[in-house]
Design a protein around this ligand. Structure first.
Ligand code: MN
Length: 202
């Protein structure tokens, strides 16, 4: 089987970046999702879902996740990340791929809820390949159902949409990406992390 982390490793000099090397990661039961806020050449949020293949399937969401079911947020599929990336926070040095600061904006268990035609459940890797994924997130900031839909289903189009399901976690007025900027692991904001990195290099 092809190494699902090949693209991850090829894009990075793992001796130069503090990012995880992606070795010896064990899977979680239940699986985890993470949303990392990442200030690189562009500011975005990275949504990652642990899959049955033992990687974090990943999407870059330029505007970040919304709790408003009326929003359809562009989510660009990016390379699978290793499982131990889920709690990575830090500063990727200048000149390295994705240079900039990363915090864990939200993390928690999730349930995969995409139904198969026979009423059962597909594996999440199958649902991703089929271009339609339904999940139930149990994060600190985000809760409830979200749907990820490939813009042109079944092709190799990297453009997806991230949509909040109408449920008890939906709230059109809440803007958690603005009002709750702190890391759920360290309490730091991206700005604080960036300042710390500047200080330590000075
Ligand atoms: Mn990113």
């Amino acid at each position: 089987m092809a190494d699902p982390l090949r693209a991850y490793r090829q894009r990075r000099d793992l001796d130069a970046t503090p990012e995880p090397r992606g070795q010896a990661a064990s899977s979680h039961e239940p699986p985890v999702f993470v949303i990392q806020e990442h200030r690189a050449s562009t500011h975005h949020f990275d949504l990652r879902l642990e899959t049955d293949e033992g990687v974090l399937a990943s999407w870059a969401v330029p505007k970040g996740p919304s709790t408003d079911p009326g929003d359809k947020q562009l989510a660009i599929r990016v390379e699978d990340h290793p499982l131990d990336y889920a709690d990575f926070e830090g500063t990727i040095p200048d000149d390295e791929y994705g240079a900039g600061s990363v915090i864990v904006w939200d993390i928690g268990p999730y349930q995969h809820r995409t139904e198969a035609g026979d009423g059962g459940r597909k594996a999440v890797s199958r649902a991703i390949a089929d271009g339609h994924v339904t999940v139930w997130l149990e994060g600190h900031k985000l809760r409830g159902g979200y749907v990820l839909e490939q813009a042109r289903v079944g092709g190799d189009d990297d453009n997806w949409l991230l949509i909040k399901v109408r449920d008890e976690g939906a709230d059109a007025r809440r803007k958690p990406t603005s009002t709750e900027p702190e890391s759920v692991l360290s309490g730091r904001t991206l700005e604080q992390l960036g300042d710390d990195a500047t200080d330590s290099q000075a």
